[in-house]
Design a protein around this ligand. Structure first.
Ligand code: SF4
Length: 462
C-alpha cells in the first residue's frame, strides 16, 4: 500500500539471520555515532532477547538522547475541544456509535477557561485535540480557539506553543491551519497495517488510509514543517508497526527533506464502548514497549519521542531512561476535563482511560528527583528554528547548547511562579549546581536569563 511495503517489513520480521546477538551488539555500537540505523538493523534489535544486549540497548538510547538534548524533559498537556466525531474507530470512546458518551463541544469561552487553568498550573505548551466533525470541529472553530488561547496572559505566563492533533486536511486547509501560528501538526496513522486499518475504521472519512498517510506531506507543502507522526500500539504486531513508522519517517526525509519532528507511541487503553481498546488485538507488554522506545531513539536520534499519561507513573519513570524527550503531565482526556472537578478515570466525556493521574507539579517534582530537568521551552519555533533548520542544529550537535539553557530558564520560571514549597528550594539548589556545570558561554547566558526572571521578567529565552 503506497510506500509502506508490508511484504518487505514481514520479511524482516521473519529473517532468522537478524536474531544474532553479536550482530545486535555491533548495531548498538554503530548507533552511538548518532547517524541513525537502517530498517533492517532496527528489525534485528527487535529480536533482542539476551539481557546483556538489552542493557546495552537501553544504555545507548539514554546516552544518545542526553548527548543530543541533555537531561531535559519537555512538558505539555492536551486540551480537548470536542468529543463529537463522525468516525467510528473501534478503539475510541468518541466514536459515533458510542451512544453512552455524553457529547460535549467547548465554547470559545470554555476553551479559554480550560487553557487558563493549564496556564495557572504552569504549562506553556498545549496539544489541541478534537474529534472529526464538519460542524463541531471545523477550521473556523479551531482557529478561534487557538487565537483565544494565545491571547491569555496570567502574570506574564501564557501558552507559547499550540501543537495540533486534528483530522487530516487538504493542502489549502493546511495553509489556513498554518496561518493560526501552530507549532507541530501531529497525525497518527493509528495502524500502518492496511487490513487492520480497514477493520478498525469501518465508516467515516477516516476510512481513507491514503489520505491520512499523505497528510504530513500536504501539511509541509502548506508551510507546516514541524510534523508529528505516531501509531496506536496494540492494534497489530508492534514490530510491524514500529518498522512501518520508521519507513514513514524515512519516506518523509526523502520526499520533503525533513523527518518527523516528533514520534508518539500511545498504547491502547480501555475506553467506553470501544471494543478494540477493551480487548486489544495484540497488546504490547511493558518490556517490548521499552525495547521499542529505545530502538526508536537509535533509529531516529534527533526526533522528539513523546510519552503520554496513558502509561502508569512507575513505567513512565523507567521509560524516561531509554530516550523519551517529551511528556504530557497533569492531563485530562476529555473536553472540559480541567475545570470539571470529576477526575474519575473513565468520566462520561473521556476518550480513553489514563494511567497517570498526577498533577503537573507532582510530575515535575518526580522528574527532578530522577535527575531530569523539566523544560517548558518553546523557543525554537518562535525563533524560526523549525523543520530542516531545527534538524540541522540537532544533527550538528548544536541544539543542546540552546535546549539546556532554555530548559533551565523555563524551569526557574516555573519554580518562581508555580512549584509547591515541598521541593522548590531543593530544586533551586540542584538547578544552580547544574548551571555551574555548563560550558562558560551557556552558563553566562543562563545566569543572565535567571537574573532577569528573578527581577520579575517572564518568557526569557534565546
Ligand atoms: S479516534 Fe479520532 S476520528 Fe476516531 S472516533 Fe476517536 S476521535 Fe473520532
Amino acid at each position: 500500500m503506497e510506500f509502506i511495503n508490508e511484504k518487505y517489513i514481514n520479511s524482516l520480521i521473519d529473517d532468522e539471520s537478524l536474531k544474532d546477538s553479536d550482530l545486535q551488539f555491533s548495531i548498538i555500537e554503530k548507533a552511538r555515532l548518532k547517524m541513525g540505523i537502517t530498517l533492517r538493523e532496527s528489525a534485528a534489535l527487535l529480536n533482542i532477547t539476551d539481557s546483556k544486549v538489552l542493557e546495552k540497548l537501553f544504555d545507548a538510547a539514554k546516552s544518545i538522547k542526553e548527548n543530543i538534548y541533555g537531561n531535559r524533559l519537555v512538558m505539555f498537556a492536551p486540551l480537548y475541544l470536542t468529543n463529537a466525531c463522525v468516525n467510528n474507530c473501534l478503539y475510541c470512546a468518541f466514536r459515533k456509535d458510542n451512544k453512552d458518551l455524553v457529547r460535549r463541544t467547548l465554547s470559545v469561552d470554555e476553551v479559554e477557561s480550560e487553557a487558563r487553568q493549564l496556564i495557572m498550573d504552569g504549562h506553556k505548551r498545549l496539544l489541541l485535540v478534537c474529534g472529526e466533525h464538519p460542524k463541531k470541529s471545523n477550521l473556523d472553530y479551531v482557529g478561534k480557539a487557538i487565537e483565544r488561547i494565545y491571547s491569555i496572559d496570567y502574570n506574564g505566563n501564557n501558552i507559547r506553543r499550540v501543537n495540533v492533533n486534528i483530522a487530516p486536511l487538504s493542502t489549502e486547509d493546511f495553509k489556513r491551519l498554518h496561518s493560526f501560528e501552530i507549532g507541530t501538526y501531529q497525525i497518527f496513522q493509528e495502524t500502518y497495517h492496511y487490513e487492520t486499518y480497514s477493520k478498525m475504521h469501518p465508516s467515516g472519512p477516516k476510512k481513507d488510509y491514503a489520505f491520512r498517510l499523505h497528510a504530513p506531506e500536504r501539511a509541509f507543502e502548506a508551510g507546516i514543517d514541524d510534523l508529528g507522526i505516531g501509531a496506536l500500539f496494540g492494534l497489530t504486531d508492534y514490530r510491524f508497526e514500529l518498522l512501518a513508522m520508521l519507513m514513514h519517517a524515512e519516506y518523509l526525509e526523502k520526499t520533503i527533506g525533513v523527518g518527523p519532528h516528533t514520534i508518539s507511541i500511545p498504547r491502547l487503553e480501555p475506553a467506553t464502548n470501544a471494543p478494540a481498546a477493551n480487548t486489544p488485538p495484540l497488546a504490547v507488554d511493558d518490556l517490548s514497549f521499552k525495547k521499542m522506545i529505545a530502538i526508536l531513539r537509535l533509529a531516529v536520534p534527533y526526533t522528539g519521542i513523546i510519552l503520554s499519561t496513558r502509561e502508569k507513573p512507575e513505567l513512565r519513570r523507567d521509560l524516561f531512561n531509554v530516550g523519551v524527550s517529551q511528556i504530557s503531565a497533569g492531563s485530562k482526556a476529555s473536553p472540559g476535563g480541567y475545570k470539571s472537578e470529576s477526575d474519575n478515570p473513565t468520566n462520561e466525556f473521556g476518550q480513553f482511560q489514563l494511567g497517570d493521574h498526577r498533577s503537573l507539579d507532582e510530575v515535575v517534582k518526580d522528574v527532578c528527583e530522577q535527575g531530569y530537568m523539566p523544560s517548558f521551552c518553546t523557543a525554537c519555533y518562535r525563533s524560526g528554528r523549525t523543520g530542516d533548520r531545527f534538524m540541522e542544529l540537532a544533527k550538528t550537535g548544536k541544539i543542546g547548547a540552546i535546549c539546556t539553557p532554555n530548559a533551565f530558564a523555563t524551569f526557574k520560571e516555573y519554580l518562581l511562579d508555580f512549584s509547591s514549597n515541598g521541593y522548590s528550594e531543593k530544586s533551586e539548589t540542584e538547578l544552580m549546581k547544574q548551571v555551574e556545570k555548563l560550558p562558560e558561554k551557556e552558563k553566562k547566558a543562563t545566569i543572565r536569563m535567571i537574573e532577569k526572571l528573578e527581577k520579575g521578567e517572564r518568557d526569557v529565552f534565546f
